[in-house]
Design a binder for this molecule. Structure first.
Ligand code: UD1
Length: 420
């Protein structure tokens, strides 16, 4: 078992190069199933979820090389073996369900495990299934698997999602790309990671265009071509290290960020007292005077991302006053609260809202990570806390943060990874 041990109270100074986006890389990797030519993907982070997606695509039949030193993945055209995503892979990474759209579109069949429950909520896939049914897929649930079949090819449709879902939008975009005719998809998610998937597909020959803010039209093409593509930077990783600068009252320059994609995050961090100075070559420097109490609710993009909620909460624990965070995306995403309380935080939960009363210091404690972003919020709290924080179950962190320990160490953090 691995533990992270942090001696808190050290101000962090330095610079951090932001990795490629995990959540953009995953759907783009799934979309490789639509393409029969060589694909080169650059700026792919070396994190566990990417390795899980690689294993999943290899089990389907793709030949993939991951050059970890160059953060580059090469995918070769091969004969597909098995139109299936096994439970053992999808249960550890919900994004496994993203192979459903491309498989049914290209091979008229897919057997994909239901993701099941996870710590932050039930996370159903009804929106994915209903929309694919509208495109003519026959779908049944058998022994925990989604079994999808199309007698010939999927047919174009007009689909309006009843609520906004990142994954369902991605699955449908991939499904419609090779579908002859015009598919209209309304009320889509417009997270930067989705725009990156659309850009990747359009660069490969797809015809996807926006007709309004949340509506796209996809004109199906016969085939997509091979491509050499660089994935966008990880805005959540960048936001996390911005909070590391703020919570420790240090000063960190983040390199290789995308400023526009992060404006919603920066806007809230500014409200919380951040001084944000943009530099040359896509860099930004983050520091502060005091941490100000802040009110936010998580919303689909361009709202404040649920994936930054836990990190912001750690910061607001040390603000001068009372803050309010409303979680509007997931029903059970306050699992970090009980652990933060063990470090001395003053937080009260009512339904989907957290009332946070700022305190002067957090105290180090032994805590347990429960999901990816909850885990990193505990790391941030530990960096600011008095004394030693020990974080257990850190495999969650390995799912989504590339070189977390070394990136923090290079800014002066006293953090070690220990095998116990
Ligand atoms: C993606 C991100 C995740 C982020 C989330 C919300 C990836 C790999 N993961 O997850 O980091 O936290 O977006 O920004 O990109 N829902 C349904 N039915 C469905 C699908 C979703 O009810 O068929 C609900 C979910 O339970 C949740 C909400 O819709 O409450 C949003 O989920 P969704 O946007 O689909 O999240 P993911 O794609 O799973």
């Amino acid at each position: 078992m691995k533990q992270l041990i942090i001696q808190g109270g050290k101000k962090l100074y330095g610079s951090i190069a932001i990795s490629g986006s995990k959540n953009a890389s995953l759907p783009i990797l799934a979309a490789s199933l639509l393409i029969d030519e060589i694909i080169i993907l650059r700026n792919i982070p070396n994190v566990k979820d990417i390795l899980t997606m690689k294993t999943l695509l290899e089990s389907i039949g793709k030949k993939i090389e991951f050059n970890i030193l160059k953060n580059e993945i090469k995918i070769y055209p091969t004969k597909i073996k098995k139109l299936e995503a096994l439970y053992s892979l999808v249960k550890t990474m919900r994004a496994g369900v993203l192979v459903l759209g491309p498989l049914i579109a290209k091979y008229n069949f897919a057997r994909v495990s239901l993701p099941g429950g996870c710590a932050i909520g039930s996370r159903p896939v009804d929106l994915h299934i209903e929309a694919l049914k509208k495109m003519g897929a026959k779908i049944k649930i058998e022994k925990g698997y989604i079994v999808a079949e199309a007698s010939k090819k999927l047919k174009p449709a007009k689909i309006k999602f009843s609520s906004i879902s990142v994954g369902a939008t991605e699955n449908l975009i991939m499904a419609a790309t090779l579908c002859k005719g015009k598919t209209i998809i309304q009320n889509i998610a417009i997270e930067p990671e989705i725009l990156d998937l659309i850009n990747f597909l359009n660069c490969s020959g797809a015809k996807i265009s926006f007709v309004s803010k949340r509506s796209i039209v996809i004109e199906g093409v016969d085939k997509l071509r091979g491509i050499n593509y660089s994935v966008i930077p990880d805005r959540i990783e960048a936001g996390t290290y911005a909070v590391a600068a703020l919570i420790t009252n240090g000063k960190i320059t983040l390199n290789k960020i995308n400023r526009e994609m992060m404006s919603n995050i920066f806007q809230i961090l500014k409200k919380a007292g951040a001084k944000i100075v943009f530099g040359k070559n896509n860099s930004v420097t983050i520091s502060r005077k005091i941490i100000k109490p802040t009110k936010i609710k998580t919303m689909p993009y361009p709202g404040f991302p649920t994936d930054m909620q836990a990190q912001l909460m750690s910061l607001l624990c040390l603000s001068k006053g009372s803050s309010l965070i409303k979680e509007e995306i997931f029903e059970n995403r306050f699992l970090h609260v009980s652990e933060l309380k063990r470090m001395g935080a003053n937080i009260k939960i009512t339904n989907q809202s957290a009332n946070i009363t700022g305190i002067v210091n957090l105290n180090g404690a032994e805590v347990m990570a429960t999901d990816l972003r909850a885990s990193v919020s505990l790391v941030l709290a530990g960096l600011a806390a008095k004394g030693t924080t020990i974080i257990n179950r850190i495999y969650h962190l390995e799912r989504g943060y590339e070189n977390l320990v070394s990136k923090l160490k290079q800014c002066g953090a006293k953090i070690v990874l220990k095998n116990v």
